[in-house]
Design a protein around this ligand. Structure first.
Ligand SMILES: NC(=O)c1ccc[n+]([C@@H]2O[C@H](COP(=O)([O-])OP(=O)(O)OC[C@H]3O[C@@H](n4cnc5c(N)ncnc54)[C@H](OP(=O)(O)O)[C@@H]3O)[C@@H](O)[C@H]2O)c1
Length: 234
C-alpha cells in the first residue's frame, strides 16, 4: 500500500482522531487540523511519537482566513495531498418548528456544508498535484432525502443534504481533473456527537472509511457510501 498524504479536519476528537491514529498506523503522512491544537492532548502525543509524519495545523473551518492560513502551511510540508477528509461537523439537538433558531441553522449549514467546499477550494492546488487525489466528505444518513423518516434534526439533516448536493456538484466539476469526490455516512459511532448508545466504536468507522478510500477509483466518484463500502441512497 502506497503511503498517502492525508488532510483531516476536526482531528482532535471522535472520528477525526480515530482517522488520524489509523492513518499514522498505516504509515501515511497526516496533516491533522483542529481549532485548538494546544488543547488536543491525544493529537499532541501522536505528534511527539511520530513527528516526521504528523503535522498539526490550526484550523477553524468556519473562518476562511483560518482555512487560507492552514493551506499556506501545507505547501511548506508536502508537495501534494492525496486524500482530503472533510470530517469536522456540528449537530444541534432537540429542534422543532417551534424552537428553530436561524443562527443555529446558519452555523450548522456553514460548518457542515459550506466549509468543506471552501477547504477543498483552498487545497485544490495540492490535490491537483497528487497522482490519485480524492475528497471524502463525511456526510450522514440523516442527509439522505430518500431515507428521511422523522420530523427532527432540521439544521443537521438539511446541512448534510446540502453537503451531498455540493459533493455531487464538485464531483462533476473535478472529474475531468481526475479528482474523486464522494460523500460518506460513517455509521452511528460512539463519539461526543454519536453518544454512548451508538452502535460502533469510532475505530471501526475509521477503519472502514480508510479501506474504502484505498479502493476508490474515478469510476466510483460522485457516489454516497457507507463506512462499510456499500452505496447509500441520496
Ligand atoms: N458520530 C456519529 O454517529 C456520526 C454519524 C453520522 C455522521 N457523523 C459525522 O461525522 C463527522 C465527525 O463526527 P464525530 O462523531 O467525530 O463528532 P464529534 O465527536 O462531535 O467531533 C466533531 C469534530 O468537529 C470539529 N469541529 C466542529 N466545528 C468546527 C470548526 N468550526 N472548525 C474545525 N473543527 C470543528 C470538533 O472540534 P472541536 O473539538 O474544536 O469542537 C471535533 O473535532 C461529522 O461530520 C459528523 O456530522 C457522525
Amino acid at each position: 500500500m502506497t503511503p498517502k498524504r492525508i488532510f483531516i479536519t476536526g482531528a482532535n476528537r471522535g472520528l477525526g482522531l480515530a482517522l488520524t491514529e489509523q492513518s499514522l498506523q498505516r504509515g501515511d503522512i497526516v496533516l491533522a487540523s483542529c481549532r485548538q491544537p494546544e488543547q488536543a492532548p491525544e493529537l499532541m502525543a501522536l505528534a511527539t511519537s511520530t513527528p516526521d509524519r504528523l503535522l498539526l495545523l490550526r484550523l477553524d473551518v468556519s473562518d476562511e482566513s483560518s482555512i487560507a492560513a492552514a493551506a499556506r502551511q501545507v505547501g511548506e510540508h508536502v508537495e501534494a495531498i492525496d486524500l482530503l477528509i472533510n470530517n469536522a461537523g456540528v449537530f444541534s439537538r432537540g429542534e422543532s418548528i417551534r424552537s428553530l433558531q436561524p443562527e443555529t441553522m446558519l452555523h450548522t449549514m456553514h460548518v457542515n456544508a459550506i466549509a468543506p467546499m471552501i477547504v477543498a477550494q483552498h487545497l485544490l492546488p495540492w490535490l491537483e498535484a497528487s497522482p490519485y487525489p480524492c475528497i471524502l466528505n463525511i456526510s450522514s444518513q440523516f442527509g439522505s432525502i430518500q431515507c428521511k423518516s422523522d420530523g427532527q434534526h432540521y439544521s443537521y439533516a438539511s446541512s448534510k443534504a446540502a453537503l451531498n448536493m455540493l459533493t455531487r456538484t464538485l464531483a462533476f466539476e473535478l472529474s475531468p481533473s481526475g479528482i474523486i469526490v464522494v460523500a460518506l455516512h460513517p455509521g452511528w459511532a460512539q463519539t461526543d456527537m454519536g453518544g454512548p448508545n451508538a452502535t460502533i466504536p469510532p475505530q471501526e468507522s475509521a477503519a472502514g472509511i480508510l479501506a474504502l478510500a484505498e479502493r476508490l477509483t474515478l469510476a466510483d466518484s460522485n457516489r454516497f457510501y457507507t463506512w462499510q463500502g456499500h452505496e447509500h441512497p441520496w
